[in-house]
Design a protein around this ligand. Structure first.
Ligand code: ATP
Ligand code: MG
Length: 457
C-alpha cells in the first residue's frame, strides 16, 4: 500500500529522478577524473623514466663502459630496485649489468611485464631504451606506484559514490515524504470541503514556497466559494421565508372565497385579490430568475458601446411625467454633449436607472426633487441619482442590496425588495461600483463606470 503510494507520488518520483541523474552525473564525472588522473600519472612516469635514462647516460661516454657497468650494477642493488629496472645488454641480448635482462627493444619508451624480463614479481614496467656504443641500455620504473595511486583514487571514489548515493536516497525519500505530507494536507482539505465542511483550509508551512503560494491561492478560492455558498444559503432561506407571507395570504383569500361560496355570496373580489397575489408572486420569481441570469454573466457577450448621456436623457424624458403625476420633479443636470460612452448592455443599463428612479418615486413623499447627473473623472464616468426623500439609514445601506430586503417603513408600499438587487447585479456585470450616500436630505446613489473608447467608423 505504502509502496504503491510512494510509487505514484510526484515528489518521490522527482526525488528518484533527481537521485538517478545525480548518480549518473557523479559516475560520468568520476570516470572523467579517473581517466585524467591515469593519463597524468602515466605522463609523469614517462617523464621520470626518460629523465632517469638521460641521467644514467649523461655521465658516461660510450668508451667509458666500465664506469657505466659499475654504476648500473650499483643502481640495480639499491633497496628500491624492485621498483626499478636497469639492464645493459650486448648486441646479442646477453646481460652485461643490471638487475634484469631486458630483450632488445626499439629505442624510446615501451611497457614490459616483469615476467618478460625474468623478475619474480607481478608488475609492469615502463622503460626507456637506447644504444650506448654497440650495447643496449634500458632503464625503467614499475607501474605499481601509479597503480597504487589509481587504486586509492578508485577506492575513495567508490566510497564517496556509495556515501553520496546513500545520502541522495535518504535525503530524497525524506524530502519527498515532507512534500508528500503537505500535498496530503491539500487533498485532506479538499475532501473536507467536498464533505461539506466549508471552513476547512489548507495549512501553510510559512516558508512561502511554491506549495504555500498554491495553497494560498486555493484557500482564497475556497474563501470566496464558502462565502458564495453561505450567501446562496442565506438567499434561499430569505426567499423561502419571504414568499411564505404572500403564499399564506393567497391561501387565506382562497379559503375566504370557498367559505363565502358555500354561503352563496359573491366572490369575484376575492378571486381578483387571489389573481393579483399570484401575479405578484410570479413577478417576484421572474425578478429572481432575471437576477440569477444576469449574475451568470452570459449577457457580457452582448456588450456594445452605449452613450450614457443619450440613455439617461431618454429615461428622464419618460419618467419626468410619472414623477410629476406623483407631485414630484425629475430633472437631469446633463453634461455638455460629447462622447459619454461605456461598454455595456443598453437594456440592462436602462433597467438600472429605471429601478433607481422608481425607488425615488415610490419611497419618497410628494414634492420630492429627484435629480440625475453625469460627470467624468479621467477614465471613469460617474452617474448619480439623488432625491430629497427620507434616505436610507447608514446601517441599512449594505442590506438593501440583498434580495427581498425592504426597510420596515416600506412594507406597506408595493414592491418585492428586488429592485436594488437587480441594480447591484447589473452594476457588477458592468464592473461598475455602486455606492449609497447621504444627499444632505435624501439619498444619493452613485454609479462609476469605466469610460469606453469611441469605435472608429
Ligand atoms: N430612494 C430611496 N429612498 C428611501 N428608501 C429607499 C430608496 N430606494 C430604496 N429604498 C429602500 O430600500 C429598499 C429596497 O429597495 P428595492 O428597490 O430593492 O426594493 P423595493 O423598491 O422595495 O421593491 P422593488 O424594487 O422590487 O419593487 C426599499 O424597500 C426601501 O425601503
Ligand atoms: Mg425598488
Amino acid at each position: 500500500m505504502l509502496r504503491a503510494r510512494l510509487h505514484r507520488s510526484t515528489p518521490f518520483r522527482l526525488a528518484l529522478a533527481f537521485g538517478l541523474l545525480f548518480i549518473l552525473g557523479f559516475l560520468i564525472s568520476g570516470l572523467i577524473t579517473y581517466q585524467y588522473l591515469k593519463r597524468e600519472l602515466m605522463g609523469s612516469l614517462d617523464t621520470s623514466v626518460t629523465e632517469m635514462y638521460a641521467v644514467t647516460t649523461s655521465n658516461y661516454a660510450p668508451n667509458d663502459m666500465e664506469d657505466l657497468v659499475a654504476a648500473i650494477e650499483a643502481y640495480g642493488k639499491h633497496p628500491t630496485s624492485d621498483e626499478r629496472v636497469f639492464s645493459l645488454v650486448d648486441p646479442s641480448g646477453r646481460r652485461i649489468a643490471g638487475n634484469a635482462t631486458v630483450p632488445l627493444l626499439p629505442d624510446g619508451l615501451a611497457s614490459i611485464t616483469a615476467q618478460e624480463i625474468g623478475l619474480p614479481i607481478n608488475t609492469t614496467f615502463r622503460v626507456f631504451s637506447g644504444s650506448i656504443g654497440e650495447n643496449h641500455l634500458t632503464v625503467g620504473r614499475s607501474l605499481s606506484e601509479t597503480d597504487d595511486f589509481e587504486d586509492i583514487a578508485l577506492f575513495s571514489f567508490a566510497w564517496v559514490a556509495v556515501l553520496t548515493i546513500a545520502f541522495a536516497a535518504v535525503g530524497g525519500v525524506l524530502l519527498a515524504h515532507r512534500a508528500q505530507r503537505r500535498l496530503d494536507g491539500v487533498v485532506e482539505t479538499m475532501v473536507d470541503i467536498s464533505n461539506g465542511r466549508m471552513q476547512a483550509r489548507i495549512p501553510l508551512s510559512g516558508r512561502r514556497d511554491d506549495i504555500d503560494l498554491l495553497s494560498i491561492q486555493i484557500n482564497d478560492a475556497l474563501e470566496r466559494l464558502s462565502r458564495l455558498v453561505e450567501s446562496m444559503r442565506q438567499v434561499s432561506a430569505d426567499i423561502a421565508h419571504d414568499l411564505k407571507t404572500p403564499l399564506n395570504r393567497l391561501k387565506m383569500t382562497i379559503q375566504d372565497a370557498m367559505s363565502r361560496n358555500e354561503q352563496g355570496e359573491p366572490i369575484e373580489d376575492l378571486l381578483a385579490d387571489a389573481l393579483g397575489e399570484s401575479d405578484q408572486i410570479n413577478a417576484t420569481f421572474e425578478a429572481l430568475l432575471r437576477i440569477s441570469q444576469i449574475e451568470a454573466g452570459g449577457r457580457k457577450a452582448r456588450f456594445r458601446p452605449v452613450d450614457l448621456l443619450d440613455l439617461m436623457t431618454e429615461i428622464v424624458e419618460v419618467y419626468a411625467d410619472v414623477a410629476e403625476d406623483n407631485g414630484q420633479s425629475l430633472t437631469f443636470a446633463a453634461p455638455p454633449a460629447g462622447t459619454w460612452l461605456v461598454s455595456g448592455d443598453r437594456e440592462l443599463l436602462t433597467q438600472l436607472f429605471v429601478n433607481l428612479i422608481e425607488n425615488a418615486i415610490n419611497h419618497c413623499q410628494p414634492d420630492t426633487r429627484i435629480n440625475l447627473s453625469l460627470t467624468a473623472a479621467e477614465s471613469i464616468l460617474i452617474a448619480t441619482v439623488r432625491d430629497t426623500g427620507p434616505g436610507i439609514p447608514e446601517a441599512e445601506r449594505a442590506k438593501v442590496f440583498r434580495r427581498l430586503y425592504r426597510l420596515d417603513k416600506s412594507r406597506s408600499t408595493p414592491g418585492s425588495g428586488l429592485g436594488l438587487s437587480l441594480v447591484r447585479a447589473i452594476a457588477d456585470l458592468h464592473g461598475a461600483d455602486i455606492t449609497l450616500a447621504d444627499n444632505e436630505r435624501g439619498l444619493m446613489v452613485s454609479l462609476s463606470l469605466a469610460r469606453a473608447k469611441p469605435v472608429a467608423q
